[in-house]
Design a protein around this ligand. Structure first.
Ligand code: TRP
Ligand code: SF4
Length: 325
């Protein structure tokens, strides 16, 4: 029986944090046993917002270390860097010919980027979802695990592949988005999604002590100004983070917070403890991998090689169907 194929990608943001771990990586690791998985560090997509490029190589390295440390396994999955398979840029150009500009101008992430970087609204930025569609379509992936924010891109990928199929004959499966069980993890400030940019994140590679310190800065229930004030766990960010860790029994904590039996410091210490014990093996594995950069390069080379062999076949079929050969 052939397994269904999954593709997912992430921009090279460097060291991964708890949000990446709970929101995506943990799920990606599990999917490896049921699907044929392809996971990609999308460095070309990163070029649509130019500030990152000096750190690009370093970020890719830190990111793949975390991916491997949490259990993405090159024996089971294809792990590679997007630009190592240049065929994706060819497919991007071809798909751009059948993508109405109106579809792209309506995408919410595009409108956000226009506001965020008004002086760099480049052509590539408009085409971002076409490149993302090419990532998926190049490998004929059927399932795409993503966070909520990516659903509009997935919808577009379905529309573009559908249009291609109706114009040139069936070529691509219509990719299905698959939301993870923790699609959006709030940051330590309790306001925004956990992200490096917002500075509200907990990196996986922190030491236990750094983890504790960072968690101590977290936002909790603003109504709890004194230790004797009754708390409201349902609005508390630390409580929310605690519920993600199975090893913490949060039902008891909620009651103790409401009756002011425990204070926020107790919760923060418990959260730090849960994170540190869950990440202990991850951190050990990361240190081992980091000591052997050659093996990291070999893993990425091998991943790119496997990816290219699929990509070449698809591209040939695409060109044939479009009448180019
Ligand atoms: N746009 C995605 C993000 O910002 C990254 C991405 C690029 C992706 N290509 C993909 C995700 C293909 C899923 C499938 O997170
Ligand atoms: Fe949140 Fe715990 Fe403080 Fe209650 S005691 S507000 S659950 S951190």
């Amino acid at each position: 029986m052939t397994r269904r194929r999954i593709f997912s990608g992430a921009r090279p943001t460097g060291r991964q944090h708890i949000g990446n771990y709970l929101g995506a990586l943990q799920n990606w690791v599990k999917l490896q046993d049921k699907y044929e998985c392809i996971y990609c560090i999308v460095d070309i997509h990163a070029l649509t917002s130019l500030e990152d490029t000096k750190q690009l190589q370093g970020n890719i390295h830190e990111m793949i270390l975390d991916w491997l440390a949490v259990g993405l396994d090159p024996e089971k999955s294809i792990l590679f860097v997007q630009s190592h398979v240049p065929q994706v840029m060819e497919l991007h150009t071809l798909l751009s010919m059948i993508t109405p500009l109106g579809w792209l101008l309506r995408v919410p992430t595009f409108k956000e980027k226009v506001k965020l970087q008004p002086n760099n609204v480049n052509y590539g930025l408009v085409g971002y979802p076409v490149l993302q569609t090419s990532d998926i379509a190049l490998y004929k992936a059927e399932v795409v695990p993503v966070g909520e924010d990516q659903l509009p891109h997935l919808e577009l990928a379905r529309e573009i592949t559908r249009r291609f199929n109706s114009l040139f004959g069936y070529t691509f499966p219509e990719p299905q988005g698959k939301l993870t069980s923790y699609p959006m993890v709030v940051g330590l400030d309790g306001k925004d999604k956990m992200s490096k940019q917002a500075g509200n994140d907990i990196e996986l590679a922190l030491t236990p002590e750094e983890t504790r310190k960072k968690i101590m800065t977290a936002f909790t229930d603003p109504a709890r100004r004194y230790r004797t004030d009754a708390g409201h766990p349902e609005v508390c960010n630390v409580y929310k983070l605690m519920t993600y860790f199975d090893r913490l029994k949060t039902e008891g904590i909620a009651g103790q917070c409401r009756s002011a039996e425990i204070g926020c410091v107790d919760c923060k210490l418990a959260l730090a403890e849960a994170i540190n014990s869950e990440l202990k093996p991850v951190r050990e594995k990361r240190a081992e991998l980091a000591a052997d950069p050659k093996s990291i390069a070999a893993i990425l080379n091998d991943g790119a090689k496997k990816a290219r062999s699929i990509a070449r076949k698809t591209l040939k079929e695409v060109k044939k169907n479009m009448g180019l050969i």
